[in-house]
Write a protein that binds this ligand. Structure first.
Ligand code: ADP
Ligand code: F6P
Length: 319
């Protein structure tokens, strides 16, 4: 293992830069040449490689986004796309690839390993929805951003005695909604993992009103429905008026928290160690407060599981 490449793929996440930094610095520290690939798998297929020096990753540990840029590529999903990527890697003399991204990116990475190219995955997505790891880089920053936003919305919801629906990201996972709902004291948390009843939302609003709390915060995961759809249902079925706030891409930006910088640094260095040790088709993970690695295949067989006891806790604390 002499030359390694690193790319970021899928939705960007705060902490990706800290992870790129760790890959580059730990790689050079261990005598490797490290190349950055711009624009994810698109750049990989196009041979968009750039040699990274120690200084290439200076002054980025605190920056959100990714200096390598990210992309989504439909062509890479085809065998022709993957073969093109492997040809580019071979032409540049690269011996191993590190992919920082979400579960979609890991499926792409596993396609490269299936064709014999050593690839290591680092979990990077605000959704925290990757099977095989308890944590993915960006989640902590995103939930802090959301909680800060909800705190502000609560001030105005209180003053105007309003019901506010906050739509948050997460694809089919409810982790962002659950953590931010619990941490902001939301009256209702609606997530894809638990089927919800409108009358339950109503009961919670009514109970609050009975003790003089006239405002209500509903945190809704995007995997259930849109905020506007929920607003319509509340109006049509329960005659309740509400306001919707879609936090959207705001959740993906911003300076990474210390926790994300730490996890990104640990995982970036671990990916380099794994390549040096001769691992070829694994993802880095975090389980029971330990860095682990497991084959892409095994991770794909597992399912990301939301912590239901936290959901029950949120319900008991928001009566
Ligand atoms: P994330 O990695 O954040 O989950 P995506 O699901 O958009 O983001 O995946 C990122 C990229 O990974 C896709 O644009 C595509 O290039 C690649 N990818 C996703 N699924 C596959 C697949 N089934 N086969 C090959 N590549 C894939
Ligand atoms: O996977 C990260 C994520 O931000 C999801 O939470 C969201 O559904 C998706 O990406 C949005 O992607 P984009 O707006 O970049 O298409």
């Amino acid at each position: 293992m002499k030359k390694v490449a690193v790319l970021t793929s899928g939705g960007d996440a705060p902490g990706m830069n800290a992870s790129i930094r760790a890959v580059v610095r730990h790689g050079i520290y261990n005598g490797l040449e490290v190349y950055g690939v711009r624009h994810g798998y698109t750049g990989l297929m196009d041979g968009d490689f750039h040699k990274m020096e120690l200084g290439s990753v200076g002054d980025i540990i605190h920056r959100g986004g990714t200096i390598l840029r990210s992309a989504r590529s439909e062509f890479f999903k085809t065998t022709a796309g993957q073969q093109k990527a492997i040809q580019s890697l071979k032409k540049a003399g690269i011996d191993g690839l590190i992919v920082i991204g979400g579960d979609g990116s890991f499926i792409g990475a596993s396609k490269l390993t299936a064709q014999g190219f050593p690839t290591i995955g680092i979990p990077g997505t605000i959704d925290n929805d990757i099977a095989g790891t308890d944590y993915s880089i960006g989640f902590d920053t995103a939930i802090n951003t959301v909680v800060e936003a909800i705190d502000k919305i609560r001030d105005t919801a209180y003053s105007h005695e309003r019901i506010c629906i906050i739509e948050v990201m997460g694809r089919q996972a409810g982790d962002i909604a659950l953590w931010t709902g619990l941490c902001s004291g939301a009256e209702s948390i609606i997530i894809p993992e638990v089927s919800y009843q409108l009358h339950d939302v109503l009961t919670r609003i009514k109970k609050g009103q009975e003790r003089g709390k006239m405002h209500s915060i509903i945190v809704l995961a995007e995997g259930v429905c849109t905020g506007e759809e929920l607003k319509k249902k509340l109006h049509e079925k329960l005659n309740l008026e509400s306001r919707v706030v879609v936090l959207g891409l705001l959740q993906r930006g911003g300076t990474p928290t210390a926790y994300d910088r730490m996890m990104a640094s640990r995982m970036g260095a671990k990916a380099i160690d794994l390549l040096i040790e001769g691992e070829k088709e694994v993802m880095v993970g975090w389980k029971d407060c330990q860095l682990i690695h497991l084959p892409f295949e095994k991770a794909a067989e597992e399912k990301h599981i939301l912590n239901m006891s936290d959901y029950e806790l949120a319900r008991s604390l928001s009566i």
